[in-house]
Each structure stands twice: as C-alpha cells, then as structure tokens.
Design a protein around this ligand. Structure first.
Ligand code: ADP
Ligand code: MG
Ligand code: MG
Length: 250
C-alpha cells in the first residue's frame, strides 16, 4: 500500500531523513519507534504533505501513485490521514462544524454527495459514543481548552468519520492517562481492517500493548535501521535505543 524508497528530506538546510526505506502492506499495522529527534514526525508530515520540507530524493508511493506530486487535499482524498502529535486548536469553529466540513470536503473530492445533517449527526454521535466523547464537547471550539487526552480522542473521532485507508498516528499516546489510552486504542482497533493500513509512531512500548502491531521499525537519524515483529518493541523497552544510534547523526 505504502512504499517509500530512499527518501531524503531537509528543512532549512538540515537533513532530517537520510535515505529512508519503508513498506507498509494493506491490512498491516506498522509501528515506528525511535528516539526523540530521529525524524518520526518529519516522516509523517512529509507523507501528509505539510509544506516547508524539501524532498531532495526518493519517492513515496501510495497504491502505486506518486504521493509527492499530490497536494495535501489530494492526499487526504486518496485516503491519507495524519493524527497530529500536537492537534491544532481552531478558536471560533465548533468541533461539530469542523468535522462536518472535513467530511463533506472529502466526499466532494471523491465526487460523492454531501451528507444530510441528520445523517452526519447519526455518524458523529455513534463515533463519539464509542470514544466516550461527551456531546457538549462537540459544541466547543475545536481543541480549544481541551485536555491532551480530549484532543487525541478528537483526532481519532475524525479518523473514525473519514475512514481513511492509510492512517498515521504520531505519538497519539503522549499525554494520555491509562483510561484515555485504552479508549483511543479501542477506537483505533475498531478501524483495523484488511483494506486499511496504519503507521503508529510512538516512543513507548506501552501503546503497543493495546494496538498490537504486525511489524515494528526502529528509526534512527532519519532512517529505518531495524525491522522486526512485535517482540522488537519489548526488546527496545528493555534495552533502550543505544544499540541503534549511529555515528552519522547530524
Ligand atoms: P521526532 O518526531 O522523531 O522526535 P522530528 O521529525 O520532530 O523528530 O525532528 C527531527 C529533527 O528535525 C530534529 O532534530 C528537529 O529539531 C529537526 N526539525 C524538525 N522540524 C524542524 C523545523 N521546522 N526547523 C528546523 N529543524 C526541524
Ligand atoms: Mg519528538
Ligand atoms: Mg515527533
């Protein structure tokens, strides 16, 4: 589904990704673990199409299509979704309004009719109930004054509504207490399917007890330096990243 070959990316003349290779198959949940500053968020932003990053070499293919040639909204329409490490606050826009606009923009890009309001409300309520998001929270401005856990739940709510085919979760576990971690993980697990893939980025093994990955990749200095099964996460938890740091770090 996702194929990244020799990706080299810099920002402000600083190289952050240094020839990264990664393949994620349909139906797979792939975890990326790695120390702070290894380039994990950069990778997720480059896939989602955030500007400011200069791609010097390499390619990103989604179902055989060149992602790097698409605008961010085209990537979203193609099924790419990024749950941010630091979700954006949008003062003055009710969460509900934001969700409806996002969902309808996706439908428009796909040539589908807009959802009627009752249809939308039905879907949003079902997803909110599963994620234990109180209805009055949906009336508040998006993420403004939300706790860390509430923001992350809102990200997963967006994901549940948009039903993307390639989901990237960037440190969705950071700032979550154990109950929120369980709720968010159940929300993610409910979306697991044979035609959807996930890239789960995390520092900690803990999240992977709840969202059990098929594969674990270790990232260091802008490259994938080791790939294994879920047991690799346990090994990292026990031994830290010291074995995987290389001397080429910028
Ligand atoms: P991670 O998510 O693994 O912690 P990041 O992708 O956030 O790593 O960052 C990788 C490196 O790139 C870090 O050294 C960080 O300081 C640097 N970096 C990220 N964004 C910028 C930016 N906008 N300007 C300059 N350096 C950046
Ligand atoms: Mg970080
Ligand atoms: Mg990060």
């Amino acid at each position: 589904m996702l194929e990244i070959k020799n990706l080299i990316v810099q920002i402000e003349d600083k190289r952050i990704l240094n020839g990264l290779n990664l393949t994620v198959n349909k139906g797979e949940v792939a975890a990326i673990m790695g120390p702070n500053g290894s380039g994990k968020s950069t990778l997720s932003y480059v896939i989602a199409g955030k500007e400011d990053y200069e791609v010097l070499d390499g390619e990103i293919l989604l179902n055989g299509e060149n992602v790097l040639e698409m605008e961010p909204d085209q990537r979203a329409a193609a099924g790419v979704f990024l749950a941010f490490q630091y979700p954006l606050e949008i003062p003055g826009v009710a969460s509900m309004t934001f969700l409806k606009a996002t969902l309808n923009a996706q439908r428009k890009a796909r040539g589908e009719a807009e959802l009627t309001t009752p249809d939308f409300i039905k879907r949003v309520n079902a997803a909110a109930t599963q994620l234990e998001i109180p209805k009055d929270m949906l009336k508040r401005a998006l993420n403004v004054g939300f706790s860390g856990g509430e923001k992350k739940r809102m990200e997963i709510l967006q994901m549940a509504l948009l039903q993307p085919s390639f989901c990237i979760l960037d440190e969705t576990d950071s700032g979550l207490d154990i109950d929120a971690l369980r709720i968010v993980s159940e929300g993610v697990n409910a979306l697991r399917s044979s035609d959807r893939a996930f890239l789960v980025i995390t520092h900690y093994q803990r999240l992977l007890n709840y969202i059990v990955p098929d594969t674990v990749h270790v990232m260091s200095s802008g490259r994938i330096v080791k790939t294994g099964g879920k047991e690799l996460a346990l090994e990292l938890e026990a031994n830290g990243y010291a074995d995987y740091r290389d001397s080429e770090a910028a």
